[in-house]
Design a protein around this ligand. Structure first.
Ligand SMILES: Cc1cc2nc3c(=O)[nH]c(=O)nc-3n(C[C@H](O)[C@H](O)[C@H](O)COP(=O)(O)OP(=O)(O)OC[C@H]3O[C@@H](n4cnc5c(N)ncnc54)[C@H](O)[C@@H]3O)c2cc1C
Length: 379
């Protein structure tokens, strides 16, 4: 693997870094406090070309590849983890339409996402009773001539109240994964509405809510991919999405470590900076090692994806390791801050809450281990 970034990857990383430093980091604490979705800043990310980093230029994307996307998500997460998950999911939605959509679907939706006309895209898979096991979903799409009628309720949908288009999975056939199809449903379609936003522990500036479907009618042209083969679409999209979450976690960990290093040099106890104590140095050293390993695994998965090589196992390993490593880093950062790490005046308190969801969504880390073990044992 060549870890030298291309000129384009470096440009995107630096641009995202500057935007995150100037526009996101100074406000992230307030958005978290107020649980406010920063719609204007999300649109600014589209203006910078960040909403279709791995999407063809002909559809308004940057066509810069998965490594560039990973770098962008990490930099944005350093400034605001909530904005990073919005960014990651929206890119995933745009990529899935690019990969499985008809020409008409691609032209209809991708430019609206990449330009920011749609502030976000949503990936509507999970339900109250079907999280780790989406094959158990109950939402139905019943065919009526050349139309489908959707009924059911999706849960935990990132940007559910803001997305211009939802990729929605519903049952069109028999039980299990084989009877599921995938649809593109525009916001405002009669019969579809977002529910009450979740009051979350962290990532409070991202929007998460249920999305309800009540006799929601869509045309046959809303079908994404082949009827009854939607489950594959979800699994392929999630492989890529997991690199996004690994990148987000890495960014949160990097922000926490930067804060911990600065605090350790500044905070005085026993007449000297706490950075002089070996106990503090070891925590910082462990965190740095964790972050470095997380970075390698994440870039490797993105690099493989960019070369159209198998990357499913690598994405699961990157997601598992990076989210757990960054969680340890955030924990160390709170510890380095002592009591000050436990109050909202210091950003590490937010990082500690934000990192927690990364081990849960886009497949819990237990499910990632199932994927890794299955690959290993079924070779
Ligand atoms: C902030 C946030 C944003 C989200 N955004 C989205 C989104 O945009 N779109 C979307 O579709 N979903 C989204 N989700 C949902 C998320 O993907 C699910 O919460 C996740 O897949 C877990 O499902 P569950 O919550 O139903 O837990 P469950 O599946 O009920 O799992 C409970 C526990 O059992 C374990 N478990 C379950 N099955 C197994 C098994 N076979 N082996 C070992 N352990 C197992 C799990 O690991 C977990 O520890 C989001 C969730 C959160 C918290």
């Amino acid at each position: 693997m060549d870890l030298r970034f291309s000129e384009e990857e470096t440009l995107i990383r630096d641009m995202a870094r500057e935007f995150a430093r100037n526009e996101l980091k100074p406000n992230a604490g307030t958005w978290d406090e107020e649980s406010r979705f920063p719609e204007d800043k999300i649109r600014s990310m589209a203006e910078l070309g960040l909403m279709g980093v791995n999407v063809p230029e002909s559809l308004g994307g940057a066509e810069a590849g998965p490594v560039a996307l990973s770098l962008a998500v990490t930099e944005i997460a350093k400034g605001c983890a909530s904005c990073a998950v919005t960014l990651s999911v929206t890119n995933m939605v745009c990529e899935v339409i690019t990969a499985f959509g008809t020409e008409a679907q691609k032209l209809r939706y991708c430019p609206k996402i990449t330009s920011g006309e749609y502030v976000a895209g949503a990936f509507s898979l999970s339900e109250a009773g079907a999280g780790s096991d989406p094959g158990g979903m109950k939402t139905t799409a019943v065919r009526k001539g050349d139309r489908f009628i959707l009924n059911g309720e999706k849960m935990w949908i990132t940007s559910g109240a803001y997305a211009g288009v939802h990729v929605v999975w519903a049952r069109t056939g028999g039980k299990g994964a084989k009877g599921i199809s995938c649809f593109l449903v525009e916001a405002g379609t009669p019969g579809m509405k977002p529910g009450k936003k979740e009051n979350k522990m962290g990532l409070r500036a991202s929007n998460t809510c249920p999305v309800l479907f009540e006799d929601c009618e869509v045309g046959e042209d809303a079908l994404l991919g082949v009827e009854n083969e939607g489950f594959k679409v979800a699994m392929m999209a999630l492989d890529g999405g997991r690199i996004g979450i690994a990148s987000q976690a890495l960014g949160i960990g990097l922000a926490a470590q930067e804060a911990a290093v600065a605090y350790a040099k500044e905070r005085q106890q026993f007449g000297q900076a706490i950075a002089n104590f070996e106990a503090i140095q070891w925590m910082l050293a462990d965190s740095e090692t964790d972050l470095s390993a997380a970075r390698q695994l994440t870039y490797r998965a993105a690099w493989l994806k960019g070369r159209h090589r198998p990357f499913s196992q690598e994405a699961s390993m990157a997601k598992t390791f990076s989210t757990e490593a960054a969680w340890r880093v955030c924990d160390n950062a709170v510890q380095v801050h002592g009591g000050y790490g436990y109050v909202k005046e210091y950003e590490v308190e937010r990082h500690y809450r934000d990192i927690r969801a990364t081990r849960i969504y886009e497949g819990t880390n237990q499910i990632q281990r199932v994927v890794i073990a299955r690959n290993l044992l079924c070779k």
